[in-house]
Design a protein. Structure first.
Length: 313
């Protein structure tokens, strides 16, 4: 799931026209909070830390490359102030750029090794629109009202989810705080997804399927469904979570299938009788996969609620 984007107006040294300068794009500290995480912070004993990212490169909306790039935080052996930079294999984008062009960086909330980089060149309609919007700003969120999820919010959400998972299973969490922002919600959804999917070996609980992208070899195509949804005060405890492929998540949320008291899939006769639902019909009576940790398996109260309130007759 792609997050919202941040932008940077390029300096001359960020472009392929720069001479006698280490290749790459400098990432301002203010933008690093919205980038994929690095494993640690530079120190005298470890002056450069980095992560390998799969980057899809676009120039004026046209994809020009799918590359492995290096995101690093370096101090040149501790002799200079730390600087964050994207380097390696960005020539297809940097060689098309000139000073004052704009790049957009968009991370994936479900894959910390993937990023999209879009170059908007001066004179293009997209550049002119964004340039008028940002005014004199050199970098920042494209939409300040809906910024990307920050690393701090991700860390807070992971601590929250881990603490929640350590508590006795509960499937109702009470009303969401009215002050909870969209970015906090996205961070918690990310932490919930990661916790739930890991318990099921990154496979769908109903089919055992998973899908792996060759771009980064990370599992994609799986959601973590809240059995009792958030709008019904469903909790973020993993005992209220189920990994499902996207189409089965859609069907589960609309009551086209549920789970019996014996932990097998239940497809109502009215659903199974409809043409086009043969796949669902064949799932009827199949035992669901369970979380590795028994205390994190979906609580029966959650499945009961779903049968009573969501499953169609």
């Amino acid at each position: 799931m792609l997050d919202t984007s941040v932008f940077k107006k390029l300096a001359h040294n960020d472009t392929g026209a720069a001479r006698d300068h280490q290749g790459g794009i400098v990432i301002p500290k203010a933008l690093a909070e919205f980038f994929p995480p690095l494993p640690e912070t530079p120190s005298p004993g470890n002056p450069t830390v980095d992560a390998r990212l799969t980057a899809e490169l676009f120039v004026d909306g046209v994809r020009v490359g799918n590359v492995e790039t290096r995101y690093q935080h370096q101090t040149w052996g501790g002799t200079r102030s730390a600087e964050r930079r994207l380097t390696d294999n960005l020539g297809a984008l940097r060689n098309e750029a000139i000073e004052h062009d704009i790049v957009l960086f968009t991370k994936d909330l479900t894959d910390d090794t993937y990023i999209q980089i879009h170059l908007l060149r001066q004179g293009s309609p997209e550049y002119e629109k964004l340039n008028n919007q940002i005014g004199t700003s050199r970098w920042g969120p494209v939409d300040p009202e809906n910024p990307p999820v920050s690393l701090t919010q991700i860390e807070d959400a992971e601590r929250y989810l881990n603490a929640t998972a350590d508590e006795p299973p509960t499937v109702f969490g009470g009303p969401r705080p009215t002050s909870e922002t969209r970015t906090v919600r996205k961070a918690r959804d990310r932490a919930f997804r990661n916790k739930v999917l890991a318990q099921y070996q990154f496979r769908c609980a109903f089919t055992g399927r998973r899908f792996v992208s060759p771009l980064s070899c990370k599992t994609v195509g799986l959601d973590a469904a809240h059995v009792i949804p958030v709008h019904a005060n469903g909790s973020d405890h993993p005992a209220n979570g189920l990994p499902l492929t996207k189409e089965l998540h859609w069907a589960f949320d609309r009551g086209l299938l549920g789970v019996n008291t014996d932990r097998t899939i239940l497809v109502p006769e009215s659903v199974a009788a409809l043409g086009g639902n043969e796949f669902l019909k064949n799932l009827n009576g199949v035992a669901i996969r369970e979380a590795d940790n028994p205390s994190l398996r979906v609580h029966e109260e959650a499945f009961n609620w779903h049968r009573l309130n969501v499953l169609v007759n």
